[in-house]
Design a protein around this ligand. Structure first.
Ligand code: HEC
Ligand code: HEC
Length: 197
């Protein structure tokens, strides 16, 4: 009895795993987005804290990021440098339109209220100019920070500071200033982004 149930469960599970997406002919935006779903979610809201959500991201930021990965710009040898090479510029444009239309779900994350409050102040002073509306704006070319996964933001800031991902020149200046004023500035900022609903 017990064994049969187990076998049955395995068969059902097996059936669920056999999903397929046909890439024959011209792929639609949804077909293309499907190839990203395992990591970023079909609507661009990632389920894993080390993987950024890409929903609502401006088409401009998206295409720049993808073309950067294709030419190995942001960092050496990340998963995306390999993945991006599999897509033509036209396919990247199609996906950019698709993801820009999705809604970013701000992740529910633990945060420290005192740190978040300090982070809000730091943001205003050093980051708001480009990351508008408290880092919520999707309209600029700077990416969405509010509600993004905190572990992803931690890795990303560490990469930027270590020089493994190139910082925009003007951002670099501000990050330097913020760190000089408060060596723990980045942690506080990330608590602030994580606190936003
Ligand atoms: C195996 C998991 C995986 C798959 C599949 C994947 N990604 Fe990613 N993606 C990542 C990770 C992890 C990052 C964070 C940067 C890094 O480490 O490369 C990322 C970063 C990105 C970024 C930059 C996000 C930012 O905020 O700067 C974009 C855009 C992106 N991916 C688009 C896509 C698209 C489009 C696809 C499908 C064609 C895709 N990804 C498939 C894991 C994945
Ligand atoms: C002069 C404009 C400017 C300022 C000021 C600025 N940034 Fe940025 N930021 C950008 C741009 C442009 C990008 C996207 C470029 C890239 O892909 O590296 C970016 C990207 C980022 C990213 C990566 C987003 C992602 O999805 O991967 C993080 C994190 C970030 N900024 C944090 C900050 C913080 C924290 C501050 C304040 C201390 C700040 N920035 C100040 C322009 C700015």
């Amino acid at each position: 009895m017990k064994l049969n149930k187990k076998v049955l469960a395995l068969i059902v599970l097996g059936g669920m795993v056999v999903s397929s997406h046909s890439m024959a002919g011209t792929a639609s935006a949804l077909d293309l987005a499907n190839t990203c779903a395992g990591c970023h979610g079909i609507d661009g809201n990632s389920k894993g804290p080390a993987i950024p959500s890409i929903a609502e991201m401006s088409a401009e930021y998206f295409t720049e990021a993808m073309k950067g990965y294709k030419s190995d710009e942001p960092a050496k040898n990340t998963v995306m440098t390999r993945i991006a090479k599999g897509y033509s510029d036209a396919e990247i444009d199609l996906m950019a339109g698709y993801f820009a239309k999705q809604t970013m779900v701000r992740q529910k994350q633990d945060f420290d209220a005192t740190q978040a409050k300090a982070g809000a102040k730091l943001h205003k002073k050093y980051c708001e100019k480009c990351h508008e509306d408290g880092g919520r704006s999707a309209e600029d070319d700077s990416g969405i920070l509010a509600g993004q996964w905190a572990p992803y933001l931690h890795y990303t800031m560490a990469d930027y500071i270590a020089g493994d991902r190139q910082m925009p020149k003007k951002m670099k200046k501000k990050v330097k200033k913020a760190l000089k004023a408060d060596p723990k500035a980045m942690e506080k900022l990330i608590h602030y982004y994580g606190s936003q609903k």
